[in-house]
Write a protein that binds this ligand. Structure first.
Ligand code: TNX
Length: 547
C-alpha cells in the first residue's frame, strides 16, 4: 500500500513538473548545419503571439507558422499575429529580417528566455526556419504537453537549386495533386518545381494561339497495357491545365518560395503536338497522340520556319505565365532518322554549313542550330534555358544549363566546360524506379530499375575529382518522377516518399555531415508528418535486407 502511494506521488509529481511532457526534437530532415542545445526549455503553451517584421512576404510566413501551430492550440487560445513588435518576447515567436546574414536562404533560430526568434536576410530564409520549428514539434499533441528546449540553430543550404520534377504528360495529375506535391517539397526545404508539361503521350498546357494543342493533343484514344505489350485500353485519356490554373500553381508555389520551371520538350517527345498540327513534322503525318511508351522517330521538323514561329508563339505564352529565370526546353531523345530523310532539314544543314565534326553528325549539329535559335529567343526575353544532357552532343553555348540524367558523367564534363549543371542521374535520382528488391509480382508494375534509399542518400553530386571552378557550376540536385507507370496520386506519393527525404539531405547538407544510419532515425520521425498529412510512402524502404 505504501508502495502504491509512493508511485502515485511520483506520477503526480512528474506530471506537475512536466516530466510527462514531450520535447521538441531538432533532429530533423534535413539536419541543420549547427545546433547548440541549452539546458532549459520553454513550454509551447507560453506562445501567445507571432510577431513578424512588417513585410508582405514575412506576413505570409507568419501565417504559415500560425497554420502549423494551430492544431497544438486547438484546445486553448491560438497565438495572435502581430506585425512589428519588440525583438524577442518570452511569450512569442518573432520572425525578423537580419541584414547581417549573407546567403538569402540562411537562417538562425534561437530559443531562450526571450522566446523563439527566427531571423534571415529574406522571408524565404525565415520560412526554412519556420519549417525547422514545425518539424521539431511532435505531431498530434497539445501545446500544453510540449516543451521546446533552449537552442541556437544556424542553418544554410548547400545547393541553391533544390528541385523535384513531375511528369504530368504520361499521366495527368490535377491541380489539387500538384499543390500537394508542392506541399511535399515544402516539408523537405526544396525551392524548384520542374513541371514537365508536354510529351508524345499528351500536351498539358493551354496555349491560346494554338488551341488544337489541347483540343487534340491533350487526349489519347488508347493507352498501351503494361510494358508496350501491343495490347491497348481504348479509353479516351487526358487532361490539361488552363492558363488560369497554371497561374494558380505558380502563385501557390511562389507563396511557398518555390519557383516553377516549365518544360516544353523539343524537338523530340512532340508527337502530341504533331497530332494537333501535323505540318510541324517532317513527313506531315498523320500522327496520333502516342499510345505507347518510349522514344519515337517523329519529331519537329528543323527545316521549316513554321516550326520556329510555332515554338516562339508557344514560348511567348509560357513566359507570360511562368516568371522563372529558367525555361526548360528538353532536348532529350530526339532520333535523327526523320531529319536524315527530310529535304528541308537537309537543306537547312547545307545552308548552315553543318558538317560532320568528329563524332557529331550533321543532324546532331542541326539540333545544336535548333537549340541555339530557341536559346536566342529566350535570351531576348531575359530568360535562360535548361536542357537535358543530350545537348552536350549538339555544340550548344556554355550559357545553357545542363540537366545531367543519363549518369553523372555528362554533368561533370559540362561543369568543366563552364555550363551550370543540375545533377539528376538515373542511378541516384530516378524516383520512377523500384525502391525494393522484392520480385516484381508483389509490386505495382513500374518502369523497372532499382534505386534503394541509401543509393540516393549517399550520392555526392560534386565529387572531389572536379576542379574547384567546375564545382561552382554544380548549382543543384533534383529527382525526377516520370509517370508512364504511375497513374494514381497515391502511387506518385509512394514513389517519392521517403526518397525525397534522402534527396533533401543531399541538397541541403554538407557532405561530411551526412550519415545514413543517423538519417534513418530522423526520417522515421519525419514519417509521422507523412502520416498526419495523409501521404503514402514506401515503408519497405527501411527493411535492412534492402540495403
Ligand atoms: C528517360 S530523362 C526520359 C523520359 C522517360 C524516362 C523514364 C529524360 C530526359 N527522358 O522520357 O520518361 O527516361 O525513366
Amino acid at each position: 500500500m505504501k508502495n502504491t502511494f509512493f508511485l502515485f506521488l511520483c506520477f503526480f509529481a512528474s506530471v506537475a513538473n512536466g516530466f510527462s511532457q514531450e520535447r521538441a526534437d531538432f533532429n530533423i530532415v534535413p539536419l541543420p548545419v549547427s545546433c547548440v542545445m541549452g539546458s532549459k526549455s520553454m513550454p509551447v503553451s507560453q506562445i501567445k503571439y507571432i510577431y513578424y517584421d512588417d513585410n508582405e512576404d514575412m506576413r505570409r510566413v507568419a501565417n504559415f507558422l500560425s497554420e502549423y501551430l494551430a492544431p497544438y492550440f486547438s484546445d486553448t487560445i491560438q497565438p495572435v499575429l502581430i506585425s512589428g513588435g519588440k525583438k524577442g518576447r518570452a511569450d512569442a515567436v518573432s520572425l525578423r529580417f537580419n541584414k547581417m546574414m549573407q546567403n538569402p536562404e540562411e537562417y538562425q533560430l534561437i530559443v531562450d528566455k526571450k522566446g523563439v526568434i527566427i531571423e534571415g536576410l529574406t522571408a524565404q530564409a525565415v520560412f526554412y526556419g519556420v519549417q525547422t520549428l514545425r518539424k521539431a514539434l511532435p505531431v498530434g499533441t497539445s501545446a500544453k504537453n510540449v516543451e521546446i528546449p533552449f537552442v541556437q540553430i544556424a542553418d544554410c543550404p548547400r545547393f541553391p537549386y533544390r528541385g523535384m520534377h513531375l511528369d504530368v504528360a504520361r499521366h495527368f495529375f490535377d491541380v489539387d495533386f500538384v499543390k500537394q506535391y508542392i506541399d511535399m517539397m515544402v516539408l523537405h526545404n526544396m525551392n524548384t518545381f520542374h513541371w514537365h508539361l508536354t510529351e508524345d503521350q499528351g500536351w498539358r498546357m493551354q496555349v491560346d494561339r494554338f488551341p488544337l494543342l489541347t483540343e487534340v493533343g491533350a487526349w489519347r484514344n488508347r493507352t498501351v497495357i503494361g510494358r508496350n505489350t501491343g495490347l491497348y485500353e481504348y479509353n479516351r485519356y487526358g487532361g490539361f491545365y488552363t492558363k488560369e490554373q497554371m497561374r494558380e500553381i505558380v502563385k501557390y508555389a511562389a507563396d511557398r518560395f518555390i519557383t516553377v520551371i516549365p518544360e516544353i520538350d523539343m524537338p523530340g517527345h512532340m508527337e502530341a503536338a504533331l497530332a494537333a498540327y501535323p505540318s510541324l513534322g517532317c513527313t506531315g503525318g498523320p500522327y496520333e497522340v502516342e499510345p505507347n511508351w518510349g522514344v519515337f522517330d517523329d519529331i519537329l521538323c528543323a527545316g521549316k520556319e513554321e516550326t520556329f514561329s510555332f515554338l516562339e508563339g508557344v514560348l511567348d505564352e509560357v513566359m507570360e505565365i511562368f516568371p522563372s529565370e529558367y525555361i526548360h526546353i528538353g532536348g532529350d531523345e530526339s532520333p535523327r532518322i526523320r531529319w536524315k530523310e527530310c529535304p528541308l532539314c537537309q537543306k537547312r544543314i547545307k545552308d548552315e554549313g553543318l558538317k560532320q565534326t568528329g563524332k557529331r553528325s550533321p543532324e546532331d549539329l542541326l539540333q545544336g542550330y535548333f537549340t541555339k535559335r530557341i536559346e536566342k529567343y529566350i535570351h531576348q526575353h531575359g530568360r535562360k534555358i535548361i536542357g537535358w544532357d543530350e545537348l552536350l552532343e549538339c555544340n550548344v553555348e556554355p550559357s545553357a544549363t545542363i540537366m545531367s540524367w543519363r549518369g553523372p558523367e555528362g554533368g561533370l564534363a559540362a561543369s568543366e566546360l563552364g555550363h551550370d549543371v543540375i545533377m539528376t542521374p538515373t542511378s541516384s535520382f530516378y524516383f520512377d524506379y523500384y525502391q525494393t528488391k522484392e520480385s516484381e509480382w508483389s509490386h505495382p508494375l513500374l518502369i523497372g530499375g532499382y534505386l534503394p534509399l541509401d543509393k540516393t542518400y549517399n550520392t555526392e553530386p560534386a565529387p572531389s575529382t572536379l576542379s574547384e571552378e567546375a564545382k561552382k557550376h554544380i548549382i543543384g540536385v533534383q529527382a525526377n518522377l516520370w509517370t508512364e507507370y504511375i497513374g494514381a496520386p497515391e502511387l506518385a506519393e509512394y514513389q517519392v516518399l521517403p526518397r525525397m527525404a534522402a534527396l533533401a539531405e543531399v541538397q541541403w547538407m554538407q557532405p561530411e555531415a551526412k550519415d545514413f544510419e543517423a538519417f534513418k532515425v530522423r526520417a522515421k520521425r519525419l514519417m509521422t508528418f507523412y502520416d498526419a498529412l495523409g501521404w503514402k510512402y514506401c515503408t519497405e524502404a527501411w527493411r535492412t535486407d534492402n540495403h
